[in-house]
Design a protein around this ligand. Structure first.
Ligand code: ZN
Length: 206
């Protein structure tokens, strides 16, 4: 059985960051324990994804189920990342896009300020992790793919709007209040997401 990686994919993989050993573009992957050189699997998968055509634009049904991830489970006033389940599912195989989208949403919520809120959510940290080793070019590429999907919209040369239906950051108290109410009645009367003031939705992508 042949497991050969096409030369174009290998070449592309070497030109990108390695999610397994954090080798920078153009750098070799860390050798394995026997000292042999190798190209890590994650790097090959990433190269394959990068060679795919742009993802199709999709309209997310606004009233669909959401996935909530608290920043800090010990804080009653913590912020909560609210994901559209379809968006989270669509990005499951595209960790760089998931990282970029989450990073933009948290940045918009000013989570990364020096006096920003604490976080202890391992799941969020895991989704976010690639952002800390990707090159600016790779983050830009992820942003372009998120724009193609419709999860982001280009505002100007270096900023984007985040579709609040895809992802938004809310206060936990806001969420608890919702859960205390009749969920169906709440859904029927909830304002349609996506009506966010454009100025509020603007975040620098750079
Ligand atoms: Zn590697």
């Amino acid at each position: 059985m042949s497991r050969a990686v096409p030369p174009a994919v290998r070449e592309r993989a070497r030109a990108r960051s390695c999610p397994d050993c954090r080798a920078a573009p153009g750098e070799k992957c860390a050798p394995d324990r026997a000292g042999r050189s190798q190209l890590h699997r994650g790097r090959i998968w990433d190269a394959r994804r990068a060679l795919e055509p742009m993802p199709p634009h999709r309209i997310l049904p606004p009233r669909s189920d959401r996935m909530y991830m608290e920043l800090d489970s010990t804080d009653a006033d913590t912020l909560v990342v609210s994901w559209h389940k379809d968006a989270l599912e669509a990005l499951a195989a595209y960790p760089y896009e998931a990282a970029a989208l989450l990073w933009l949403a948290l940045k918009q919520a000013e989570v990364f300020r020096p006096d920003g809120p604490k976080t202890n959510n391992f799941g969020l940290a895991l989704i976010l992790m690639p952002i800390y080793f990707l090159t600016a070019g790779e983050v830009g590429e992820a942003v372009e793919r998120l724009i193609a999907r419709g999860f982001l919209e280009r505002a100007d040369e270096d900023s984007v709007y985040i579709d609040p239906v895809a992802i938004r950051v809310i206060g936990r108290r806001e969420l608890s209040a919702r859960f205390r109410m009749d969920w169906n009645a709440e859904k029927a009367s909830a304002p349609v997401p996506g009506q966010l003031d454009e100025a509020d939705g603007e975040t620098s992508a750079g």
